[in-house]
Unconditional design. Sequence first.
Length: 363
Amino acid sequence: MKNTPFTEKHIALGAKMAEFAGYNMPISYAGINAEHAAVRNNAGVFDVSHMGEFILKGENALDLIQRVTTNDASKISNGKAQYSCLTNNEGGIVDDLIVYCIEENKVYMLVVNASNIEKDWNWIVAHNTNNVEMHNISDKTCLLAIQGPNACKILQPLTDIDILNLKYYTFVKGRFAGVDNVLISATGYTGSGGVEIYFEDKDNAGNTIWDAIFNAGAAQSIQPIGLGARDTLRLEMGYCLYGNDIDDTTTPLEGGLGWITKLNKATAFTAQPIIARQKAEGIKRKLVGFEMIERGIPRHDYPIVDAAGNNIGKVTSGTQAPSLGKAIGLGYVNVEHASLDSEIFISIRNNPVKAKVVKAPFA
């Protein structure tokens, strides 16, 4: 099991640790509900250094990205980022990722899910037919997500870069907490604002930056946040988690990612004709958000049934939503049951519990 540069910090803070994607990661510190509230109302720090980062360089870098990702990366210029996904030969999702344009047409960074680093790397390498220079910098890159409505205000004194006015899905590189070459990105997985910061794990930079953030945020009670609250926060927003809500067997259209699937971009991506055909014919199942009407908490893989007890799908993610005081979930259902306010039932230990389809983000 791998450690991140912050593992000792987590243990010293009394975090509940567990294995996630081959890494020893903090699941919670004070408790999921308290941590969730800290991010929604104030600010919290997540160690997400287990995520993967690849650098693609050269005159054919953009062409390679265009061929393997569904979104149109030619639309992003220096300092801009884009949410996208990789598709396999059948149109399923290899992974969802963020593409960062460091230098237009020349240098890009791809940020991928921790559990898919090797799979994604091999997939992109297999499509690298034009000698794009590729570097897997995952093991030497630290990633901290500082999220919440007060996050940027707390961090601003640590840098001369204007992070208070950084627009969503843009980034800057510069000096932060005395460390050079830090990439500060207005992205996140919580829906509460804030930034994610990438930097190289060298010269004790991890300790320097971690300590600076917690010192700067002490008066404001900034909190360390584990992966448990990361999951409840993203679920309230309806954000997909790879391996739960999307995977190798679900297409971007089925997973609600049609908005990042550009079927008419100049360079065709893997399985583009298959997905175009699926769009023309119409999808048969769809990822929907739902909230429980009757008492019960939906969990991954619970069957979804109709009023007559016929199986119509399955739950992919579910929780008691801390900010909303109700149970919510995501799941695939047959399209006939996917419209808003459709009555569905979650089979909890063979007992059908009433729910209804709602729009995400959940309210």
